[in-house]
Structures are given as structure tokens and as C-alpha cells.
Design a binder for this molecule. Structure first.
Ligand code: HEM
Length: 459
């Protein structure tokens, strides 16, 4: 046999081996009652196609197999549902065994006590503690004034500068949460914390392979340092107490540490650390990406920008330059809220929630944010759709941008407050122009990989 013949034989064997592997993996998951779909390679599944094409991968599979299909991504076999009715059923039925099923990488990096990872009574306890910290009345009485002070001071010197909104909103998101949680300002602790935290966040959407140099392995190193910094902060805080009683100046960490020994919300240090990481992770990207994209949409829709600006200038009319936003002012920001919701809808900032089954579940099964019945002309940015008198979209059953059921986002109002207050100071103080040339990608997360640069000047 000549060299060509050997080469042909090797290629043939390789091809047959790959085909057999793919077939074996398909057969392994061929179980009665499962929806159609493909499972890709053993272990890796279709992760690389998913990472490369993201939403388009989902759309292609949907076009091939319908709104309910199976695949294998990020180290687990999964069933994807792009049907609003099925999604609502899933979110409302944790008690029937449809519990959160975030990928192993996410759970290992965010911690075993992360709210999204726990179920049953630990979930009830931790969720109760979380709601106690960031519910609307806590925001009205304690957090709003802190958010106001934080936002106004962080954007006070942007005149005549080129600002990378991506970096600024990310830094602000992290610093703002660190400030609410542990009173930490910009300084050595937050500077040491930042790179480790970013490593950890980046690795949450990766294959859980702990090999040197992989994103996952760097993420695990990041988590180790994040945990050690938070533990040190907790120890120092404990050592500083003269009284175990709560006071009005307490931040979230004080509230957690001073919890009465008889309280049902008493937590171990491990649980406190993971709760802080939950707060950081959940509030970080939702604030930074939504704010960056809302500014992008307002820039591209000057008519909407004018309406937002009018709303905020009206609020400032009765106030001196140093007067803070109060709860009534916030409630009057109706168009701003509509802009935030429309940005969340059209950008799908949270592009899916994950569940796993603990028992067999029968489902009777569109991309819910682009349901043409609920959102006519669904690909157009139109904040006014949220202000219709005869239909309250937020109250519809298929409105699930903040989840539903027992996992409904506890930070929804805090998130909207933070973005609204940022927009308040940004649009009343400044005008801005995009420098241009920056790219926005939608996957694995909505992002401007090289930044979103704007030239800012006084309004
Ligand atoms: C404004 C933008 C936000 C959006 C669009 C959003 C969206 C969501 C969604 C869809 C879920 C459900 C996840 C699931 O069912 O598995 C969720 C859960 C959660 N969110 Fe948010 N969120 C936002 C802001 C925040 C903020 C600012 C915080 C806290 C600081 C927060 C904390 C949480 C937590 C802790 C959970 C888990 C709840 C549980 O498992 O019981 N979120 N969020």
C-alpha cells in the first residue's frame, strides 16, 4: 500500500471512529419521552457550537426540532424550552422536582450556599435573609439614599472626558454592591478583590475542567482569594463591635452578623460568604450590562432620550443641586422604568434560567421576550409598549424577565432603582456621543468586548 493508501486508511478509520462516538453518545441519551435533538461529543457535547454561535445555535436547533429540544452543553445533558407556557410551568413547579440546575462550573465557583444552588428549607431560610436585606421597604428607608450618594459621586467628574461605559459600569456595579454590603469604598481591599472576582465571574460559563491554564481553573483560584478576603472582612468587622444591637448606620454585613442567635436566619460564616457572593454576582452584570445598553439605546433613539431627560429634569426642578432622590421621585420615573424593561427585553440580559429534574416530569409542550402577540413589532426598541393604559405587560403571566414562582428575583426593585438613579444623574448632567467602532456581542453574555467609548460633556 502506498503512502496515499495509508493516509486514506487512517482518515477512514478516524472518520469511522468519530461517527461511532457521535452515534454512541446519541444512543446513550435516547430515552422514551425525551424531545428530539442532538447530543454532540461525549463529555464536551455541543459546548463549542453553543459558545461559538450562542443564541443562533438555539435558534437553529429550534428551527430543526421545535421549541423543546435536547442537547449537551457545559458538561451536562439539557433540555431547552423556548416556549412561554412550558417555561412558566417549569418555574412554578419546583415542588414537583423542577429544581435549579445551574452548570457545575457555576455552582462550584459561586459556592454551595449560593441561593441559586440550594433547594428546600435552606433555600427558604437564605431567601428570607436575602429578602430581609433588599426588599422595597429596606430600599426606601436605607438603601436609596446610599445608592443616590454613590451614583452622584461616581459620575461627578466625567465632563470633557472619553469614558469607557463598559468598564465604568462594571466597576461601579462591583463597588456599589461592596459598599452596600460591607461599607467598602474604593481602596486596597476592593482593588485586591476586583481582579479575583472578575476571574471567578468569567469562568462561570466554562467547562468544569480543572486543568492548568483553563478559565475554570483560574476561576477557582479567583474564588479562593475572594473567599479569603471576605472572611478577613468578616473577622475584622466582628472584632470591631462594641454592641451586638442593630443601628440605623448598619450595612448588610452588620445586619447579617448581628442576627439574633434565636433567629431563623442565623447563618454560618460559609453561608454569609456565599450569600455575599450571590448578591455580588446577581447584581453585578444585571446592573452594568443593562445600564450600558440602556445608554446605547437612548443614544440611538434621541426621541426617547429627550423624553427620559424631561422626566428627570422635572424631578430636579423642585430640588437644589445636592438634594437626593427620594422614593416618590423614584416612583415617578415611569418612562425610565419602561426604557429599562425594554432594554432587558430586547437584549435578553438574563438569557435563560436552568432547572434539573429530580424525578420524571411530563411536559405538554418562542423565545418569550420576542413573543409577537405580547410584544408586537417585537424586534423594535419601543419603551412605550410598557406604558399602555389597557394592558399592564408587567402583570402578564408570560412576563418572566425576573423569573417566576419561588425563585422570582428578590433584587428586581434594587436593580431597577440603581439603574434609574444612575440614569437620573447621567442624563441631567451630561450629553454624550459615541466615539464609534465599538462592537456589541450577545453571547455568551451581552457585552462590548473592547469597551463602549463615549465622549461626555456637560448638559
Ligand atoms: C435588574 C436586573 C435583574 C434581572 C433582569 C434579574 C433577573 C433574575 C432572574 C430571571 C432570576 C431567576 C433565576 C432562576 O429562576 O433561576 C433572578 C434570580 C435572582 N436574582 Fe435577579 N435580576 C436582576 C437584578 C438583581 C439584583 C440587583 C440582585 C441582588 C442584588 C438580584 C438577585 C437575585 C437572586 C439572589 C436570585 C436568586 C433567587 C432564588 O433563587 O431564590 N437580581 N434574577
Amino acid at each position: 500500500m502506498g503512502v496515499l493508501g495509508v493516509l486514506f486508511l487512517v482518515l477512514f478509520l478516524l472518520f469511522s471512529f468519530c461517527a461511532a462516538l457521535l452515534k454512541w453518545n446519541e444512543v446513550r441519551y435516547r430515552k422514551k419521552g425525551l424531545p428530539p435533538g442532538t447530543m454532540g461529543w461525549p463529555i464536551f457535547g455541543e459546548t463549542s457550537e453553543f459558545r461559538k454561535h450562542g443564541p443562533n445555535f438555539m435558534k437553529t436547533q429550534k428551527a430543526r426540532y421545535g421549541s423543546l429540544f435536547k442537547t449537551h452543553i457545559l458538561g451536562s445533558p439539557v433540555i431547552v424550552s423556548m416556549d412561554a407556557e412550558v417555561n412558566r410551568y417549569i418555574l412554578m413547579n419546583e415542588a414537583k422536582g423542577l429544581v435549579p440546575g445551574y452548570p457545575k462550573s457555576m455552582v462550584n465557583l459561586l459556592g454551595q450556599w449560593n441561593l441559586a444552588a440550594v433547594t428546600g428549607s435552606p433555600h427558604k431560610t437564605l431567601r428570607g435573609a436575602m429578602l430581609g436585606l433588599i426588599n422595597p421597604s429596606m430600599i426606601r428607608l436605607h438603601l436609596l439614599v446610599k445608592v443616590d450618594e454613590f451614583m452622584r459621586s461616581h459620575i461627578s467628574d466625567w465632563n470633557d472626558k472619553t469614558i469607557d461605559l463598559r468598564q465604568k459600569t462594571k466597576d461601579m456595579a462591583l463597588l456599589s454592591i461592596l459598599k452596600h454590603i460591607a461599607g467598602l469604598d474604593k481602596g486596597p481591599i476592593s482593588e485586591a478583590f476586583k481582579p479575583e472576582y472578575y476571574k471567578m465571574v468569567r469562568a462561570t460559563i466554562s467547562l468544569p475542567l480543572d486543568l492548568p491554564g483553563t478559565s475554570y481553573s483560574k476561576g477557582l483560584q479567583g474564588r479562593k482569594k475572594v473567599v479569603s478576603i471576605l472572611k478577613r472582612v468578616i473577622e475584622e468587622r466582628r472584632a470591631s463591635y462594641r454592641s451586638a444591637y442593630c443601628s440605623d448606620d448598619d450595612d448588610i454585613l452588620d445586619t447579617l452578623l448581628k442576627t439574633d442567635k434565636d433567629s431563623k436566619f442565623l447563618m454560618s460564616d460559609e453561608q454569609i460568604v456565599d450569600l455575599i457572593i450571590t448578591l455580588l454576582y446577581s447584581g453585578y452584570e444585571t446592573f452594568s450590562t443593562t445600564t450600558m445598553m440602556a445608554i446605547k439605546y437612548l443614544h440611538d433613539h434621541p426621541h426617547d432620550l429627550e423624553q427620559v431627560r424631561r422626566e428627570h429634569l422635572k424631578i430636579r426642578e423642585g430640588k437644589g443641586p445636592q438634594d437626593a432622590i427620594d422614593w416618590e421621585d423614584y416612583l415617578s420615573m415611569k418612562f425610565t422604568r419602561a426604557v429599562i424593561y425594554e432594554t432587558l427585553r430586547i437584549e435578553s440580559i438574563v438569557n435563560g434560567v436552568m432547572r434539573k429534574t429530580t424525578q420524571d416530569v411530563e411536559l405538554k409542550g418562542g423565545e418569550t421576550n420576542f413573543d409577537t402577540f405580547m410584544y408586537p413589532d417585537c424586534f423594535t426598541f419601543n419603551p412605550r409598549r410598557w406604558l399602555q393604559e389597557h394592558v399592564n405587560l408587567e402583570a402578564q403571566k408570560s412576563f418572566m424577565m425576573f423569573g417566576a414562582g419561588t425563585r422570582l428575583c428578590p433584587g428586581k426593585e434594587l436593580g431597577v432603582v440603581e439603574i434609574s438613579i444612575f440614569l437620573h444623574y447621567f442624563v441631567t448632567r451630561y450629553r454624550w456621543e459615541e466615539v464609534g467602532g465599538d462592537e456589541i456581542v450577545k453571547f455568551p453574555r451581552v457585552d462590548a468586548p473592547n469597551g463602549l467609548h463615549v465622549r461626555v460633556s456637560n448638559y
